[in-house]
Design a protein around this ligand. Structure first.
Ligand code: GRF
Length: 203
């Protein structure tokens, strides 16, 4: 049985596209059954529709609290029979209750080599810090932002000539490889968590 995946998005959805492309292979151990956006009209929704995947817009602005917004997403994910949640450029903080209820079944992609450069503007900060390697991380989501056991990382060189955009583009290419790989590992049941470490069977 392929694992059912719900993807939360807020924007252009290039990582969603990488996941849709991976799931298009019937041999891939997961399929996307629902894409939820908190912002109407974003390109990620078009990508999902084009792939024939159900979409839902839940505008966070219409809810009195974070808990109420998260509860609505939770309801939709469960109604769709979702096993695994992927955050793909989802730009809202999640409540501890929501995160806890999807513990070890929710993953995020972050455009930096965690635990370096949590938060926003990672590429600019990497350039300013003078690091020679930068990259991306797919990790299990825990209540703390950009934290949680790491499943997959990919590194790229930082060149002296890099701008924020050129570095972002180099990292993004790796994101599109790393995210489907991490989803595969989780969907195949190869991940066990020990403290803050994710152990991957037959890595
Ligand atoms: C990516 O850089 C991802 O790492 C970060 O947000 C960006 C989303 O891009 N979390 P996209 O919407 O997947 O194209």
């Amino acid at each position: 049985m392929r694992k059912k995946v719900g993807v939360l998005v807020s924007g252009r959805g290039s990582n969603l596209q990488a996941l849709l492309d991976a799931c298009a292979d019937p041999a891939f151990p997961a399929e996307i059954v629902l894409v939820i956006s908190n912002i109407p009209g974003v390109f990620a929704l078009e990508r999902a529709e084009k792939a024939g995947v159900a979409t839902l817009v839940i505008p966070h602005k219409g809810f009195p609290s974070r808990d109420a917004f998260d509860a609505e997403m939770d309801k939709a994910l469960r109604a769709a029979g979702v096993d695994i949640v992927c955050l793909a450029g989802f730009m809202r903080l999640l409540s501890a209750g929501f995160v806890e209820s999807w513990r070890d079944r929710m993953i995020n992609i972050h455009p930096a080599l965690l635990p370096s450069f949590k938060g926003l503007h990672t590429h600019q900060r990497a350039i300013e810090a003078g690091v020679k390697l930068h990259g991306c991380t797919v990790h299990l989501v825990t209540p703390e932002l950009d934290d949680g056991p790491i499943l997959v990382q990919a590194a790229v060189p930082v060149l002296a000539t890099d701008t924020e955009d050129s570095l972002a583009a180099r990292v993004l290419e790796q994101e599109h490889q790393a995210y489907p790989l991490a989803l595969r590992l989780l969907a195949e049941g190869r991940v066990t968590v020990e403290g803050n470490r994710a152990l991957i069977r037959d890595a």
